[in-house]
Design a protein around this ligand. Structure first.
Ligand SMILES: Cc1cc2nc3c(=O)[nH]c(=O)nc-3n(C[C@H](O)[C@H](O)[C@H](O)COP(=O)(O)OP(=O)(O)OC[C@H]3O[C@@H](n4cnc5c(N)ncnc54)[C@H](O)[C@@H]3O)c2cc1C
Length: 269
């Protein structure tokens, strides 16, 4: 559909051209490995730094810097976080992952390298090295009330077996102390419950751009017109999509931004 729309207005589509530079005198000249091009306007749409294996480069940022545009600090986002719990690899459950004012209720997955799943990808966009993420492992339960009730009704049950009623068995075994629930003081059960409702984990890092779905940061939005995506300082230059310092949540917002900003620039360029 896109190609036929392009054909209808005479768009000349060139693929597999690696662009090495964009310069401007009267007009822009664009140098590629398959020849040079001249144009009155250029739209930088070469994306962010995520997944270099799929062709991501810093091209838009490098060109923007050369034209004097500010580029904010960039880091991998929507990315799995690393943590040493390999014994839990494969366990998944619904959680609320929180950091500061951000919180996401989604699935979390333990992997061989750490934590992943939508809850973690979402919160990773807010996380900085050294910070703890607070995870409610039992978002639908009053864990303290549940444990104390089970202590009364099933005092001989193993604590880990009781906990496995609410969460995957391997995670319950990892988190619960040994022994039957009847042996545990209410105070200790309350402390366990509090730990389950607010499990604090400090990831050691992230899996980086190799696994990040988006790039946080990019060309400073203050450099661009929000109506047209035109660079204020460089007439005829536009920047769109993930190259710009706009980062969406999971759920299609990044595609939406790329297409919408592209449309806006296309209307104006
Ligand atoms: C694994 C994965 C899953 C994702 N899932 C979702 C999702 O479900 N929903 C969502 O909204 N977003 C998702 N995203 C993010 C989304 O794909 C991006 O935000 C979006 O594609 C950005 O569009 P863009 O046009 O700005 O850049 P891109 O789509 O990255 O396109 C930029 C293009 O420019 C090319 N390029 C770079 N440098 C040069 C150069 N020097 N010369 C020539 N070409 C060059 C690149 O090879 C690339 O083809 C996902 C991303 C990844 C990596």
């Amino acid at each position: 559909m896109l190609l036929s729309e392009c054909a209808a207005v005479g768009v000349d589509v060139r693929v597999n051209h690696c662009i090495s530079s964009v310069e401007k005198s009267d007009r822009f000249s664009v140098r590629t490995d398959r020849g040079d091009f001249e144009a009155a306007a250029v739209v930088l749409a070469s994306g962010g730094l995520s997944i270099p294996k799929m062709g991501a480069t810093s091209f838009a940022h490098d060109v923007s810097r050369r034209f004097g545009l500010g580029v904010t600090e960039m880091r991998p986002a929507l990315v799995p976080l690393t943590l040493k719990v390999p014994e839990l690899a494969g366990v998944s459950l619904e959680v609320i992952a929180g950091l500061g004012r951000a919180s996401f209720r989604e699935a979390m997955l333990f992997t061989h390298r750490g934590l992943s799943g939508p809850a973690i990808l979402q919160i990773s966009s807010y996380w900085r090295e050294g910070q703890a993420i607070v995870i409610d492992l039992l978002p639908d339960h009053d864990a303290a009330a549940f444990l104390k009730e089970r202590k009364r009704s099933r005092p001989k049950a193993e604590l880990r077996t009781v906990l496995a009623e609410l969460m995957p068995q391997r995670l319950a075994a990892h988190l619960a102390a040994d022994g039957v629930i009847g042996e545990h003081r209410d105070r200790d059960l309350e402390a366990l419950a509090q730990g389950l409702k607010a499990w604090r984990v400090t990831p050691t890092g992230s899996e980086g751009y190799a696994k990040a779905e988006v790039t946080l940061g990019g060309i400073d939005t203050r450099e661009l017109s929000s109506r047209t995506m035109a660079a204020r300082k460089v007439p005829g230059l536009f920047v769109i999509g993930e190259a710009v310092d706009v980062t969406g949540w999971l759920g299609g917002y990044n595609f939406q931004w790329a297409w919408f900003s592209g449309w806006v620039a296309g209307e104006a360029a």
